[in-house]
Each structure stands twice: as structure tokens, then as C-alpha cells.
Design a protein around this ligand. Structure first.
Ligand SMILES: [Ca+2]
Length: 263
């Protein structure tokens, strides 16, 4: 009887030990997909926007809102008043160029073109069109991430980090959610260590880790434009960070409004 009790006690200890070990592992080796959080836009103000502006690039520098507008025959660089959205100056491009994204770096506006391979350059004090460089991809969006590096999009899920002096590609990342690529990335903005990209034909903005390409948040901006105002408006395309308001300015191609929002 004593032997049987000892055996049962040993069996109980071993069984409990197995249960404890199996419950106190170092973590589930396959935790499953990580779903980035969805954020929504909170509108804190609006500015009027020119409905003839086929917006391709949007960036604020020294309290000036710079805008690039596209299409052959009507592409421009524009200087807008950040307080009321009015146009201060318009700089037209040749009819053969289709303007795309812009970024301001080292007192110059760099402007991409869609399929010509040309990168344009404008001095912000005296904007006169100059060709800065060429790139071997389509030009869609651009933002500056340091004093020497810009990031460009080309309509795919690839974001290219480029040297500002040569526009040579230093490295690329693939924007993705759990390995699933997010293509059609268009206008870009770099804010506090994250790249924000809106996706063509959608009302989604993706917050992207510049090291890994992982999407860290999805911003649903579908509430911005009412159905009645969408009739003559195109896709959301335009993200500019306003450091004074600590807010994003969002607009789109031929939208009647610039929305001042927080996420
Ligand atoms: Ca931008």
C-alpha cells in the first residue's frame, strides 16, 4: 500500500511538472498575423482648395503650403497661403511634363514627373524651373527623411531611399502588412519617424516603418468628402504635416476642400 502511495505521489509530481512546464514556455512561436491599428480622421478645420488642381504633391515649409498639380498641359508648382488656402503664385510646367510629388529640402522644391524620368528643382526664393536629375522609375510621391535623403514612390509597394545629390537608390523597402504588399502608394509625407503614404483609388493612408516597410497603422479617411462633393472630385492625394497646428492637411485631386485633421 505504501509503495502504491509513493507511486501515485511520484506520478502526480511528474504530471504537474509537465503541465507547469508546458504553461510556462517562452511564448507562442507562431503568434499569428499582426493587424495594424485603424485610426480615423478628426477634422479640426478646413481651407478652400482649387477644384481645378489635380493634386499630386503637398508639403509645408516655413509656413508656405507648396502644391504640385499634374496632367499634361496643366501641370504646375504652386505656392499657397497656409492661413487661408489662397494661391500666392503659380509656376507652370511645359506641356510635355506631367508633374507628380514634391518635397522641400535645402531651400529647394524637388518635383517628380510621372513617366519622363526627370526630377525638377526650384529654388524656393526664386522659383525657376531647372532639371535636377533623372530616375529610372515612374515618379509618383516624394518626401524628405533627412538633409541628404528622400524617399520616392512609383505606384508599386516599393519605396526607394535616394541620395538627394544624385537621386541614386540607396535602399528600398516593401510596404506590407504581414508580408502582404500594399501597392499603388502615391503621395508621401515623413513625420516623426514614420512615412505616411496614401494609396491611389482609396481613402486609406498607411503609416509605414521606414526601416522594415511594415505598416504600423492604417488611417481611414473615407469620412472626409461627402458623396455630393465626390461627384466631380478624384482620389485622395495630398498629405502635408503642419508643425504649427500639429495636424495633417489632407486633400485630393480636384477636391473643393483641404481638411486639417488629426488621426
Ligand atoms: Ca506630402
Amino acid at each position: 500500500m505504501l509503495e502504491r502511495s509513493r507511486f501515485l505521489l511520484a506520478w502526480l509530481i511528474i504530471t504537474l511538472s509537465i503541465v507547469i512546464v508546458s504553461c510556462s514556455g517562452t511564448g507562442d512561436p507562431n503568434p499569428g498575423p499582426i493587424i495594424p491599428e485603424t485610426l480615423y480622421v478628426d477634422v479640426i478645420g478646413t481651407l478652400p482648395h482649387d477644384t481645378t488642381a489635380y493634386t499630386q504633391g503637398f508639403e509645408i515649409h516655413d509656413s508656405i503650403l507648396w502644391e504640385s498639380t499634374g496632367l499634361y498641359g496643366s501641370s504646375t508648382l504652386r505656392k499657397l497661403d497656409l492661413s487661408d488656402g489662397s494661391i500666392i503664385e503659380t509656376y507652370p510646367l511645359p506641356d510635355t511634363l506631367f508633374a507628380e510629388g514634391i518635397t522641400v529640402l535645402n531651400e529647394k522644391v524637388y518635383q517628380l514627373t510621372w513617366q519622363s524620368g526627370l526630377v525638377l528643382e526650384w529654388d524656393i526664393q526664386n522659383p525657376v524651373l531647372q532639371v535636377s536629375d533623372t530616375i529610372d522609375t515612374e515618379g509618383w510621391g516624394i518626401c524628405s527623411v533627412s538633409s541628404s535623403t528622400v524617399v520616392t514612390s512609383d505606384g508599386s509597394s516599393t519605396l526607394s531611399f535616394r541620395d538627394i545629390n544624385s537621386f541614386d537608390t540607396l535602399r528600398t523597402i516593401n510596404a506590407n502588412i504581414n508580408g502582404g504588399s500594399i501597392n499603388l502608394l502615391n503621395e508621401l509625407e515623413y513625420v516623426r519617424g514614420s512615412i505616411y503614404a496614401n494609396r491611389y483609388y482609396s481613402d486609406n493612408i498607411y503609416q509605414i516603418d521606414p526601416q522594415t516597410g511594415n505598416v504600423t497603422a492604417l488611417i481611414d479617411a473615407s469620412s472626409l468628402l461627402s458623396i455630393s462633393k465626390r461627384i466631380n472630385a478624384g482620389a485622395l492625394n495630398g498629405i502635408a504635416w503642419d508643425p504649427e497646428r500639429e495636424a495633417f492637411l489632407l486633400t485630393g485631386k480636384n477636391w473643393p476642400t483641404i481638411f486639417i485633421v488629426t488621426f
